[in-house]
Design a protein around this ligand. Sequence first.
Ligand code: FMN
Length: 217
Amino acid sequence: MNSILVIHASPRGARSHSRRLAESFVARCLALDPTTQVHRREVGRAMVEPVNEAWIAAAFAKEVPRPAHMEADLATSDALIDELQRHALLVISLPMYNFSVPAGLKAWVDQVIRLGRTVAAEATPEGTAYRPLVHGKRAVIVTTRGGEGFDPGGPYAHLNHADTWLRVALEFIGITDVQVIAAESDETERFAQTYREAEAALARVAAERTRPAEQLA
Ligand SMILES: Cc1cc2nc3c(=O)[nH]c(=O)nc-3n(C[C@H](O)[C@H](O)[C@H](O)COP(=O)(O)O)c2cc1C
């Protein structure tokens, strides 16, 4: 399976740095392997509906099978999970918004983390144990920020609840192979440099992705 699901979280179109950077990575992947299938899911310029009371009632319903009206309440969630399951690589473009992620991406995550579909819960003597149900996928988070110092080891790393939080959410459902590439200071002259460095890092990720497995050892 050689397919990419691209999730764009910025409400901005052509002006979006994170979108442009992620698309340059996708273009590079396609150049290296033209058989790659690319599918795009917009969660920045077109909102995924947030979960609501009916969704919660349906998602945690005890009835098996669920009544038809509950299945209908989970239709968006099912479609987004099916879409996720069809692809080997997730590329998520992510602007940092108020130290966290834009609302559209949060809504997507809330729709996709589903008991019984992407994560299982079992009662144990120690409490609830969660078991991820998504297997064999990788994710590349391409993030841009207006400020700087949010990367690991940076002076503001402790304020970064954007890519760090997204990594936790992806790992919770079983996507543990997650790479984060960031460009910072987008309002300053330094941005051109951090953007170039991010592009170079993404080029390495793309090349490594298409290298035959025996060469990776
Ligand atoms: C509503 C809003 C909140 C933001 N919050 C932060 C923030 O907390 N930290 C930061 O470094 N930059 C912040 N920024 C700047 C964006 O992260 C930065 O401009 C980013 O590159 C935007 O991504 P885009 O170009 O893909 O739209 C914020 C921008 C907006 C519009």
